[in-house]
Design a protein around this ligand. Structure first.
Ligand SMILES: [Zn+2]
Length: 281
């Protein structure tokens, strides 16, 4: 994708390298302080207590600098993500305007390892996600290495598709579609699958828009389609467990994900993405 000249988004929150404890980091600090104050109060030399506490140093400072430094190459990746996010803002901003609505741009949080969101504590292993509670997209950039190396989906447009899919969930949130997910039976063809496939279709709509602005390079759409197939439930399950059980599908099969992404890409139309009206996914 020809992205280098693109606008950078102001809505990136870079929280990489920030320690996230489930309250432990903050609690430890306050606990130490209280002990020192008590020691001073009771006439004990505070260094006795300070030496006895946390021999690894304070959790926030040293660890974040040494162990959680972002790997080389991540800054270009951050730049790329920022351009993709900005492009979705412009694209959906225009599409919403045409509907007579206002697009509220979401924030995108970069994190490393683990993060506390309004949807709870999440580790990088869950993959990128959208949290309706704070209307933010969360991504640990290491997912892109997994996508390329473990799932066999390389290419910058594969990476862009991942962002565009999460933005698709934000669009659902703004349009009030998200609530439909729970109203249908779960499992194959259930509400969550229809929501996921619709987010894929919306990602396709965004790809359609980039194509119209001549930002696509040869192989881009194929690399997004390949990524959609790589993270289909059937493919992932087979890779992880060796078997496929359609009842536990939450995102749709590889074929379905490719079909809906392609539909969005070819039409560029919101109406074409009504997975809830479709008889066949
Ligand atoms: Zn999704």
């Amino acid at each position: 994708m020809r992205w280098q000249m693109g606008r950078r988004s102001d809505n990136i929150e870079d929280q990489r390298g920030m320690p996230v404890g489930r309250g432990t980091v903050v609690g430890g600090g306050i606990g130490t302080l209280v002990l020192v104050l008590l020691a001073l109060y009771f006439g004990v030399d505070p260094s006795v207590i300070l030496q006895g506490v946390d021999p690894g140093g304070s959790p926030g400072s040293t660890r974040s600098a040494q162990q959680q430094r972002a790997p080389a190459g991540d800054d270009q990746l951050r730049d790329f993500v920022s351009v993709i996010l900005a492009d979705t803002e412009d694209t959906w901003g225009e599409l919403f305007r045409r509907m007579g609505r206002r697009y509220e741009a979401p924030h995108l949080v970069l994190f490393s390892g683990a993060i506390q969101s309004a949807c709870g504590f999440a580790e990088a292993a869950v993959g990128p996600f959208y949290c309706p509670g704070d209307r933010k997209v969360y991504i640990d950039l290491s997912f892109y290495r997994d996508l390329r190396d473990r799932l066999g989906a390389p290419g910058d447009f594969a990476q862009a598709y991942v962002i565009a899919h999460e933005i698709g969930h934000h669009v659902q949130d703004l349009l009030g579609t998200s609530s439909k997910g729970g109203a249908h039976a779960q499992g194959a063809g259930g509400g969550s699958v229809r929501l996921e496939l619709q987010a894929d279709c919306y990602a396709g709509m965004w790809a359609h828009s980039t194509g119209q602005r001549d930002l696509l390079e040869a192989g881009d759409i194929q690399s997004a389609v390949n990524a959609a197939a790589a993270i289909g439930d059937d493919r992932l399950q087979k890779q992880e467990t060796g078997t496929v059980s359609p009842d536990s599908f939450t995102h749709g099969t590889s074929a379905q994900r490719v079909r809906w992404f392609t539909r969005g890409y070819e039409t560029g139309k919101l109406e074409a993405c009504d997975t809830f009206a479709a008889n066949q996914l």
